[in-house]
Design a protein around this ligand. Structure first.
Ligand code: TZP
Ligand code: MG
Length: 211
């Protein structure tokens, strides 16, 4: 997959009445280079509608759209990939369904899961939650930046740090070796989504170019 730096996930409870497309477009203008539709509450039909809208947006800016959980919706709108969790369909089975050309990302919370994901052909892994977060209901205890260090030392596929990452603590995450950042509330809940993303990108680029 094409590399990415800043990954925005939808979280409509934070959108402050702004439309899904409006918020995500502002994020893309600010530098987000991959987006994910994550909706744990709506009916499949509604998720499909949202996926269609975001697919058009992603195409307009030539960035990937990932769909969380709903493999059927991802295929129906020809999304670029899916994101699954540890309790979803196993990666090998998901791969059989989506084929080798789609991106598959998987959330991991410990090094054993990261190893397994890499062995089973994940395109990227999520590493988190780094800090406490209110955006995920089945909360796992924060894995802290220590888990990032373990992943950096051992895992070769791309990984993205997630969970409670804010402009005020992102340096800590980058200093632990992460080069890709993912956020929900700090991005989509921002009063100025574009500006927030630009600041994230600036901080990421400072770290990455200083390597
Ligand atoms: N997976 C691990 S933490 C998390 C997900 C989906 C929630 C991230 O949301 P936020 O608002 O950036 O903490
Ligand atoms: Mg899931």
């Amino acid at each position: 997959m094409k590399d990415f730096r800043l990954y925005a996930i939808t979280g409509e409870e934070f959108h402050k009445g702004r439309s899904l497309v409006e918020v995500m477009e502002e994020a893309i203008i600010g530098g987000v280079d991959i987006i994910q539709l994550r909706d744990k509450k709506s009916s499949k039909k509604v998720v499909l509608e949202k996926a269609k809208q975001l697919k058009a947006l992603a195409e307009k800016y030539d960035i990937p759209l990932i769909v969380n959980d709903h493999i059927d919706v991802a295929l129906a709108v020809d999304a670029d990939g899916i994101h699954i969790g540890q309790d979803d369909l196993p990666l090998e089975e998901a791969r059989k369904i989506v084929g080798k050309d789609k991106i598959i990302g998987i959330s991991t919370h410990q090094i054993e899961e990261a190893r397994e994901a890499q062995k089973n052909g994940a395109d990227y892994i999520g590493v988190g939650p780094i800090f406490a977060t209110k955006s995920k209901e089945d909360v796992v205890d924060p894995v802290t930046t220590k888990y990032i260090e373990e992943v950096v030392n051992e895992i070769t596929i791309p990984f993205v740090a997630i969970g409670g990452i804010k402009l005020h603590n992102v340096e800590q995450v980058l200093n632990s070796g992460a080069t890709r950042i993912c956020a929900i509330s700090e991005i989509v809940g921002s009063d100025d989504v574009t500006k927030t993303c630009q600041t994230f990108i600036q901080k990421i680029n400072e770290r990455v170019t200083n390597e």
